[in-house]
Design a protein around this ligand. Sequence first.
Ligand SMILES: [Zn+2]
Length: 599
Amino acid sequence: MNKAPIHYVVFPAHPAAHRFEVRCVVESPDPTGQRFALPAWIPGSYLIRDFARNIVSIRAEAGGKPVALEKTDKHTWRAASLKQPAALTVVIEVYAWDLSVRGAHFDETHAFFNGTSTFLRVIGQEDAPCLVDIQPPEGERYKDWRVATAMTPVQAGGDRRGKAKRHGFGLYCAENYDELIDHPVEMGHFSHATFEACGVPHEVVITGRHDCDMSRLCRDLKRICEWQIRFFGEPAPMSRYVFLVTAVGNGYGGLEHRASTALLCSRNDLPFAGMSGLPEGYRTFLGLCSHEYFHTWNVKRIKPAAFTPYDLERENYTTLLWAFEGFTSYYDDLALLRSGAIELKDWLELMAKTISNVLRTPGRLKQSMAESSFDAWSKFYRPDENTPNAVVSYYAKGALFALALDLTLRAKTDGRVALDDVMRALWERHGKTGIGVGEDDIRRIAEECSGLNLKRLFADGVSGTHDLPLRKWLAPFGVDLTLEVTATAKTPSLGVKINAEANVANEIRLATVFDGGAAQTAGLAAGDVLLAVDSLRVTPTTLDKLLARHQPGDTVRIHAFRRDELMEFTVRLDPPPADNARLAIREGAYPLRKPWLGT
Ligand SMILES: [Zn+2]
């Protein structure tokens, strides 16, 4: 097997034009015509993104002479066969103006990239080690820029050197292409802080304008990370870990990697000096960090069989995303609670919010979690106005199923077995070994751990579309679930979701018309702009006031524009939905509760 390393050079060439120049040098190219490709998607984000669309130019050379390249599909090129053995160099220019955790972004203030946007895959040499020379942009204003990444720095000789060169430009290495594209890179003038969790060095890097209290953040992250490492068992599977955070005015997102995570957050969600308590925004941010960190085990190492290995050219279908995203969503908040980062009342609020979110999605009655996972590529990741009516979130319902499974295991084994044991068994059998998780393996492992027959629970929860009887399952743990009408919305319901962006224009544009609701029955549609209720003008601020003067069952006349055509509808108002879940602790001795929630 060919083990000569592939050499890459990343040069942020044109800050104002947002273009990287990336070189890829192959010592022993395929003599019949070496092929190169850029991934169609980035692992962790299940949508075909066709990163090669951002390649604005490509050329090849060998021995100082140009080599012809033929484009064979939307992301693949084949170099002409070389007459004599020689190193082959391909140079691409990549446009980088996507400020998300999934792409690449570059201007005068910073540069960020995922390898899926910049590094051509040398087809047939994916197992070869990779050496990357990360260069700074040219010019005085960039002379103090630093590099942050979980990729391993090397010295010129090619030995792994570790700490000495941290944050420096120069050579980095990865064992193979799979690892290469799993270490996003940030460069610029970032804030930086470190902490240790169970002996593993952790870094927090924040780019963008912010006033984050780094020591508070590190203190909170440390307890969350230590709890998770101990949960799966020491030693941690990574030798270091980097939180790469981009702070913006308004944003939210995260993408997991084997030894780092890329996060996008609102700067107001970061802690500030002198902050007291735990504001909701910061709680949300810690939840995001906890979520991506849990993925270090659950999905980056315990993987669906469909992802071992990833096929980067096309959709990778699995029905299991509920276990990788849903279970991770269950444990992200539970880790906050059990590590002491949040209190029980916070956790009850967060779990109740997840229950409410699922109840507000009519699609939960039509699509199962297994189907939602399989169709993530064309449905969950491509939301439109009908998504709430047709799709169930494998994150939210997956978290509820994790709760259901956890409660079932604990209740039926008298507290002997919990979902924690299933996660640790998954780690032992699939995480440590790298053996992919088969479509039925999670049920089988849960059954083996507990001795229970869980066919019915999995059939109902994973493949079924009925609501899970959570109230019944929570009762033996002394937790009461009630469903109420939202306190602020006791007005009769139209059965619509309003487009929040249109609010700015003082306009009520319907984002979604819920299945079976008053508006749908009357003929209103997504995109309609409401003008008047009973001949009085409505605005985002007056709609509820106008509706509040009515009772469920009353009929109102609504004028609306559909495109540029004025239309009139007679709407019979619905009762307000009782979809606001509340969880409360019942007084008394519930021996199953303490091992679960710790209190
Ligand atoms: Zn996730």
